[in-house]
Design a protein around this ligand. Structure first.
Ligand SMILES: *Cc1c(COP(=O)(O)O)cnc(C)c1O
Length: 231
């Protein structure tokens, strides 16, 4: 099926999920996860009015941002972030959705302030117990947000989470509930450069559950671009 049609189906899934729980689809941002896919696929999706694109490898993101000269695209980095890669994306990336430590925030601020460019970030929180590396411990969130309040070019717009890789949607739902609850418990830290509006959760297999549990940003790859041959 053509990418435009698949995109339309994903938009329909989002609209249906919103209708089922009484939410407004305009509250949900769709991030099209184009990792491993060629530039031509991204351009096809862009033509079908998709704006936000996500990549999980720094080099691949850098190459795509350079090759696709389209200022209307909002680029998200959604992968495991090594601090030393931030300098390669600071000039063009719009969102870094996977920040999980102060050190990375500090580096984003350093690079962004040097070129006087504003960058949106999400703090990734570890909501599953399977992968210790993806996201900060929930107890660390408060300290990270307090630190972020004083930044000038780095804006914390919310939180991000990845559910356990499982077909058991009850497990997934529990983890999404936990992320929403954590966000709500930290709303008093809004101020300065922190505004906890966004909750990025939900992918191809669980976007309906995520929307029911309060997601404002879904990251969808497979349902738009088809299966990937590698990660
Ligand atoms: C690959 C990826 C997605 C998209 O996954 P699909 O199941 O293909 O929709 C979402 N978020 C992150 C962080 C990813 O790496």
């Amino acid at each position: 099926m053509a990418i435009a049609e698949q995109l339309e189906q994903v938009q329909k899934r989002i609209a249906d999920a919103c209708e089922d729980c009484g939410r407004d689809p305009s509250e949900i941002t769709l991030v099209a996860v184009s990792k491993t896919k060629p530039n031509s696929d991204i351009l096809e999706a862009r033509k079908a009015s998709q704006i936000h694109f996500g990549e999980n490898r720094a080099k691949e993101l850098q190459d795509k941002m350079e090759q696709i000269e389209d200022d209307s695209i909002k680029w998200h980095f959604i992968g495991n972030l090594q601090t030393n890669k931030i300098k390669y994306m600071a000039e063009r990336v719009d969102w870094i959705d996977s920040i999980h430590k102060k050190k990375a925030l500090k580096e984003v601020e350093k690079r962004a302030s040097a070129i006087e460019r504003h960058i949106n970030v999400l703090i990734q929180v570890n909501i599953s117990d399977e992968d210790q590396k993806s996201g900060c411990d929930p107890e660390k969130l408060e300290g990270i947000l307090k630190y972020a309040q004083d930044l000038k070019y780095t804006h914390v717009r919310g939180v991000m989470g990845m559910a356990t890789f499982t077909d058991d949607l009850d497990v997934v739902r529990k983890e999404f509930k936990m992320l929403k609850k954590l966000r709500d418990e930290h709303l008093h830290l809004n101020g300065g450069a922190v505004e906890l509006k966004e909750i990025s959760m939900g992918m191809t297999n669980d976007l309906e559950v995520a929307i029911e549990e309060g997601s404002t940003m879904v990251r969808v790859g497979t349902a738009i671009f088809g299966e990937r041959n590698y990660s």
